[in-house]
Every structure is written in structure tokens, then in C-alpha cells.
Write a protein that binds this ligand. Structure first.
Ligand SMILES: [Zn+2]
Length: 130
């Protein structure tokens, strides 16, 4: 069965911020693959399959495949406690050289998004601030 709100939530994030691959992974700093729900967001909802979502696009973070998997696994096992340690581990698992390399690719795609009007400077952010 279709789950319109879950889909709508993802459509909203993409239409505001573009594809996740144009952003840094919020956890390790490499390039992201997915928009992932922030499991700490206040208005978290669940569809009938149990998937968490929010209709507020600002409650999503851009994550790479690996960090997204680690995040969801952690939350399933421990909830949102102990996330700081997980984040530190994921950040340390990527090297600065790797981050520099993905930064180059991402900055050129951010320039492309600015040109086509996806991102509005001063209003949208390159990645989430806590
Ligand atoms: Zn990552």
C-alpha cells in the first residue's frame, strides 16, 4: 500500500535541498547518499510499516550509506542515547584526505545548485547545525 506522507516528506526535503549526494554526510564529512530522518526530531511520525518521517524538511540530515546504516541500527538497539560516541566513531573512521576529496566534488555540485536556484544563500545551509 502507498504511504503518501512518508513519500511526501522525502519529496519535500529533496525539493528544498536537492539530492543528498550534493551534500556532506553530517556524521563523517564524506559525500552523502541519503536524506535520513533525525530520530530526535520533535514531530516524528510513523507510517504503517513503522518507518519514521517528518513533514518538516529541516528534520532530515544528509548521510552517507554507511553512516545511515549505523545510525538506524544504533537507534533501533539503543534509541537516541549514546549517539555522540557513535558520531565520533564515524567521524574518526574517515580521513581528512578522504574528506578533502569529497569536498571538492560537493563544492562543485553546490555551485551548480546555486546556479540553477536550488539553494538560496543566507537562507539554506550546507549542513545541519546543532
Ligand atoms: Zn558518513
Amino acid at each position: 500500500m502507498a504511504t503518501p506522507d512518508y513519500k511526501l516528506a522525502h519529496t519535500r526535503v529533496r525539493s528544498r535541498y536537492g539530492p543528498a549526494k550534493n551534500w556532506f554526510c553530517a556524521f563523517c564529512g564524506l559525500s552523502a547518499d541519503h536524506w535520513a530522518i533525525d530520530h530526535d526530531s520533535p514531530d516524528l511520525q510513523r507510517d504503517e510499516k513503522g518507518r519514521a518521517y517528518s513533514l518538516d524538511p529541516d528534520h532530515y540530515v544528509s548521510l552517507c550509506r554507511r553512516c545511515h546504516g549505523a545510525y538506524d541500527k544504533h537507534v533501533a538497539q539503543h534509541g537516541t542515547t549514546g549517539l555522540l560516541q557513535l558520531l565520533e566513531r564515524l567521524w574518526d573512521s574517515a580521513s581528512d584526505e578522504q574528506r578533502d576529496a569529497s569536498r571538492k566534488g560537493i563544492l562543485s555540485s553546490i555551485g551548480c545548485l546555486l546556479r540553477i536556484g536550488y539553494l538560496r544563500p543566507g537562507r539554506d545551509r550546507a549542513y545541519r547545525q546543532r
